[in-house]
Design a protein around this ligand. Sequence first.
Ligand code: AMP
Ligand code: MG
Length: 391
Amino acid sequence: MISEEEARRRILEKITPLPERSIPLAVALDCFAARDYFARLPLPAFDNSAMDGYAVVASSCQKGVRLRVIGDQPAGPDRKLRVARGEAVRIFTGAPLPQGTDAIVMQEDVTRDGTEISLNVDVEPGDFVRRRGCDLAEGQMILARGERIRPATVALLASQGFADVIVGGKPTAAVISTGDELVKPGEELQPGQIYDSNSELLAALLQRCGVNATAVEHCRDDRESLGDAIKRGIKNHVLIISGGVSVGEHDLVKEALRKLGAKLEIWRVAVKPGKPFLFGNIGESFVFGLPGNPVSTFVTFLQFVRPTILRMMGATNLDLPQVPAKLAAGLTNDGDRPHYIRGKLEHGKFTPVGRQESHALFGLSQATALLRVAVGQSFKADEIVDVQIWD
Ligand code: AMP
Ligand code: MG
């Protein structure tokens, strides 16, 4: 049995990023930039008004002064109005500042009388003016290679006039859930049978990584169907098999993989839950065998499959986000494997939830964070620890 760190290292050293591609911004969410991107334009791109009001020459303004309104400047093309002392231009939010003006007076702070306004406030240069480049300078880096494209990143790229973005590739992934006891949700259960929940779990976890499973199929614990399912699955960059990787007579995955010429790199990792984890490849396809207990499937996906997929997609940071949290209760790991404790993270406090056993799906469903407790490690209540989050 190898350590979790060793397993992760051995997996990741085999994985190379897929070829990059240019895609429209509309589908770029959760992809990873394959280039550094720099601002083509400053933001704002020109001096403009932060308010609906009047553009004025600040040095000719103070409370009580009357100004002549010489025109309108809405947001849109610059009407090239020129403003002198004693004059004002009616202006709207986002409109370019007319020549000669250096401040905006809010419409709430003037009294309008025909073509004249009188000021009810004093005015300072720069009032309610958004200066060109105050948010972002031309040439500044806006997105680093390997960074994830988030909703605001898409907006920022759009603000720079990019219609497309060059991103890392997207792996294809297939899921096979194995087990004679499994029934598809919606169908009728016989005594001894259970619904297949790992198929849904794995498809959802893949989606969280930005990948839609190309195929999700259930397979009985028999050599022939397993072999056929694996042959179909390995047409993908990644094949995830749930269940059947342990040591029982019905755990046939390893044997089926070997028969198809798989190179099995890892079997059994010192991690709780998830010990029977298996990793290898058949040709170009990387195959993960995740233990069937739902929490084991979940933990091993996050610790081993997720970083693999992210590396294929060109991500720089492969780790789950970590946040500090105050522990609600003391914890000790007396076992011989690092233990991932499922808990709820609320207002900076981590509270273990549910039965900490690998079959306990309800507890997992209530959890929003994982705490890794190393072998022999002990935490006291109220201690600050780093927990991993995934949503
Ligand atoms: P296995 O890894 O095949 O030995 O399965 C370990 C445990 O996980 C058993 O209790 C299985 O019934 C359960 N299990 C396996 N596959 C699934 C699945 N797809 N959905 C829910 N439970 C599963
Ligand atoms: Mg099984």
